[in-house]
Write a protein of this length. Sequence first.
Length: 163
Amino acid sequence: MKRAPLALVFALSLQAAAPSIAQDASQDLGQDLGQANKAIARRVFLEIFNQGRLDVARQIYAPDFVNHGVSRDAGLEEDQAAVRGWRQAAPDLIMSIDIALAEGDLVSVAWHGVGTNTGSGNGYNASGRRMKIRGITIWRIERGRIREEWTQFSAPTPVDQAK
């Protein structure tokens, strides 16, 4: 009986394993990208909403950013004006991420916010009441910057102070 040279057996076993190795590497890269994109999403909530550092938006969002609204699209300036309005209406606003999922260049975030309506902004006049809001945002992130956004959220509602 003839034996196959050891080098040939080794080469054939590597060739058979190559698709699996390539797939594992691709999954690892996708997981790394997903984690990086979720970190960008966290910065929006922590630094922009919670800390009021609207200047950070220039680092996080692409210059040609588009927020695909329900009735029309908005650019970065208008989008950040809305953030400013929420912070004016509720200066103590705290936004929290409930769930963050990432796949490819997309990040989906279920979130909620709570704040006291002591100011005026985005059509809300000061009432002194605690307000809560919930929503879901999907961002498309390209080259480390948010390029597109789709968001749906509830109207702010008073928090039941009796509970």
